[in-house]
Every structure is written in C-alpha cells, then in structure tokens.
Design a protein around this ligand. Structure first.
Ligand code: DX5
Ligand code: ZN
Length: 217
C-alpha cells in the first residue's frame, strides 16, 4: 500500500494546524516530521515540543525523521511526544542493531535512513529488523532541493532485496519529489512518498490531492 507523507518542514509554522488540516482534506494519511540538530545536518529545525503540539492537533500517522547525531539519546522522548514511526540515519549509529531494537521496544515502527552518498548495500543487513527503509534523494538539511537522479538505482536495488527476502518493509523516498517525478519513484519500488515544497507552496489541499491521485493509481 502506498502512503503519502507531507513534510511539514516546508509548512508555515505560524499556522501549522491549518496547514496540516489542508493536507488531511487532500487525503494524506501520514505526516513527515523532520528533526535536525545542526550537527548531523547543517540546519536546525525543531524538536519534541513542536512534535507534542502536532500530536495534539492531528490523528495522522506521524513519521518522525531524526537527522541528529547519537539519536539513541532521544528515542524515548520522541515516542513520548507522539511519534508513530522513528527513523534514524545509519550514518549516525555506532551499533545499529541495538538502536533499532531500542526503537522497537518503545512500541513504535522502526525506520532506517541512508544519505545519497551511502551505498545501498550498507542498509541491506538491517532490512529484516526494520519496518521502513528511507532513501534520501537530496542531501539532508533543507527542503526545496532538486532530486539527485543517481539515487534512483538505490531505490530499485533496495526494493529488489525486500522482495527477494520476502519482507514486509516499506520503502520511503525523501527529497526533491514533485508531481513530475513521483511516478518514476513509485515505478522503482518506493511506496512511501515524502514531499515538502511541492505540497506547502500554493494550494496545500489541491497539491496533496494531486499526489494522492497518483499514489492511488
Ligand atoms: C530534507 C528533509 C526532507 C525535506 C523534503 O532534509 O528530510 O523531508 O523536507 O523537502 P522537499 O520535498 O522540498 O525536497
Ligand atoms: Zn525527511
């Protein structure tokens, strides 16, 4: 099943609930929440207090993408604040299996992300331990960047391994996804689509609905 996860990084934080409600009217089922620490990535976004408010404001499935160093320090806090799925970056983990188990023990879904320069092979051994793999298709840190075409190969490679191993792991793609390349991303095996700038610029409800129409095809 396909899911759509608008990234609130591109929303207007002065009226976040209105923006989120517009994505709900457009038919979304997930919300993508980008947490940045200014260390693992060059920018700082927001953390637990904002997530707590989002949790109170919506019933959407909250897909929390942690772009932070040593994420194991904060897993419990993000779950308490309302995350339904916690994704950590493989590049930040000294002992990946331990952190994946730590997330699982909190009773939420487990995601593992890789940056554009991290080879797909590096995530392969962890596929049996996660619910979702996330392929970054921009360098993490900012919304509104262009999709890196070289990453497409990684999407189809990982999708192939998930099939071969007969796993029920979702495959999320994050970065530079627009209405004009989302079909290509889906065709390569992704089933969870993140889009930020393509949703929150202009008519949010209409933009969301246009993505949903493609995802439901
Ligand atoms: C980038 C974030 C993305 C970002 C996507 O570091 O992880 O989720 O918000 O934004 P767009 O869709 O504008 O590339
Ligand atoms: Zn993200």
């Amino acid at each position: 099943m396909n899911h759509f996860a608008p990234s609130i990084l591109s929303a207007d934080f002065a009226h976040l609930k209105e923006d989120i409600d517009a994505t709900v009217r457009g038919g979304t089922d997930y919300l993508h929440v980008d947490v940045m620490d200014g260390v693992f990535v060059p920018s700082i976004s927001f953390g637990m207090p904002v997530l707590k408010c989002i949790r109170k404001a919506t019933d959407l499935f909250l897909d929390v993408h942690l772009m932070i160093t040593k994420p194991e320090r904060y897993v419990e806090e993000f779950v308490k604040s309302g995350a339904d799925l916690v994704t950590v970056h493989l590049e930040t983990l000294e002992n990946p299996k331990e952190v994946l188990e730590q997330i699982r023990a909190q009773g939420v879904k487990v995601g593992l992300a890789i940056n554009p320069e991290t080879p797909a092979e590096e995530i392969k051994p962890y596929l049996p331990y996660i619910d979702m793999a996330l392929v970054m298709t921009v360098h993490p840190g900012f919304g509104g960047q262009s999709y890196i075409p070289e990453c497409t190969e990684k999407i189809s490679q990982i999708a192939g391994w998930i099939k071969e191993m007969d796993l029920s792991v979702d495959l999320e793609v994050d970065g530079g996804v627009k209405l004009d390349n989302v079909e290509m991303v889906l065709e390569n095996g992704a089933n969870v689509i993140v889009a930020g700038s393509a949703v929150f610029a202009g008519d949010i409800e209409k933009n969301t609905r246009e993505f949903m129409d493609i995802l439901k095809k």
